[in-house]
Ligand binder design. Sequence first.
Ligand code: HEM
Length: 429
Amino acid sequence: MISGCTVRGCLNQLCLETLMEVQRCVGREYLPASFRRDWATTHAFATAIAEDPNRSEITREMGRVLSAATYFLGNVAAGTQPNYYEYMDGQMLDWYLAPDSEDTDSLVQRGVVGVHALLKELRRFESHSLKGWVGHNLDDLDREQVQVRIALIDDVLEKTQQLGAKDVDDPVSLGDPLESFAVSRSRVSALIHLSGVPLTQGHDEVLFVRVLQASELCFLGIRVTVSMAIRAIISDSPWLAVQKLQMATRFASLLRDLLRVLRTMPVAHFATFRTLTGKASALQSVGFHLMDTLLHGLNTEKLEHFRRIEHFKPVLAFCDKGFVSLKQAMLSTDERRPRWREVWDVCRRLDKDLLTWRGLHLGFAKRYIPQGAPGTGGTTGANYLLQHLFRGIFDDHQPDWEAVHEMFPEVAWLDHARETRSVLIVPSG
Ligand code: HEM
């Protein structure tokens, strides 16, 4: 058996620059067989070290971060398609969040810092691409759109800074040994340098992957803050509930901003990599469905999908006997009493913001996917999203149609409004 010290030295000698640069310069879909094979072996080694209780904590941490960084290579065989988490390096997001997984306030803050770091890295990639300093992902570089994108990213960065994310320079680079990534307290270095590799050389696929990653952190931020708000409501602390729900609305607002940034991707660019993401629909996002369920209870119309996808078991288990959704918690309070009024106001705002996010997201499905085409998650695509558009907390809410229309002026919307006048007494056949 190799001693802990030797393993550590051996891990530190790995060339992380090669690991990432080859993937970035070739695209994960087109990697040479020998590269895949070698790093798949490294992945198995790293995973074994991470799980070995006889190793020192630092060696195990190095194993964990390396296992996350090589997860795709160790699990997606050539010629097969990644699932959602493999596609967007979800394992690295989990490693990034791990230190604060038990402390909800710190977890929320880590979410904000993560969104900030991902967007800052995206901004660096975009501006360096314009300057000609990046040697990969140059296919379909639309300079004009990228300039608009950078301005929109700056708006998001300003918001994340207002939420407490500090704009510090990243001290670790790919030339550093693995240990530097493993011991970093902030963990953002691994998040930005060792994750987020697209399948192709398409410029905008980098944007797409980073937006998925940042959105996942927002789903988590909403889930955690809403669950704290529910606890506050149940324990009769309206002021605390307001505080937590306000934080949830900030994450919801970031989600909308992320879609605004993504909208700078021309439709034709998405088409160049969409087919390769064949099995990687965000429908598989358990974080989204947990968030959605926590807000208003289990959506039984989605049971077919929850049962079909193995990792959705937590969504069903989540709704055990003790489960209380935000909607249920709100209904246990009296909106007319002044002490609860602000809770209701902020809850309405959150519901509306998320409904608008769903409206914008539906806009993406309508604009970016050929009409009538199914989704990559085995649903009816845009029609599935339309079917669930109005599933929120309040029945009378409408999305902010102006915002939706501004982003998708060409898409006809009014037919999707919660229109009830077509039914008088008897439902139409
Ligand atoms: C070009 C951009 C996008 C398009 C065309 C698109 C399209 C779709 C479609 C058609 C579905 C239906 C499920 C299926 O795949 O069969 C879906 C589901 C979903 N997408 Fe997207 N999407 C886009 C961007 C995003 C982004 C950036 C996120 C952020 C994580 C996201 C999150 C989700 C989620 C959470 C679902 C499941 C929704 C539910 O079950 O109600 N999507 N998307």
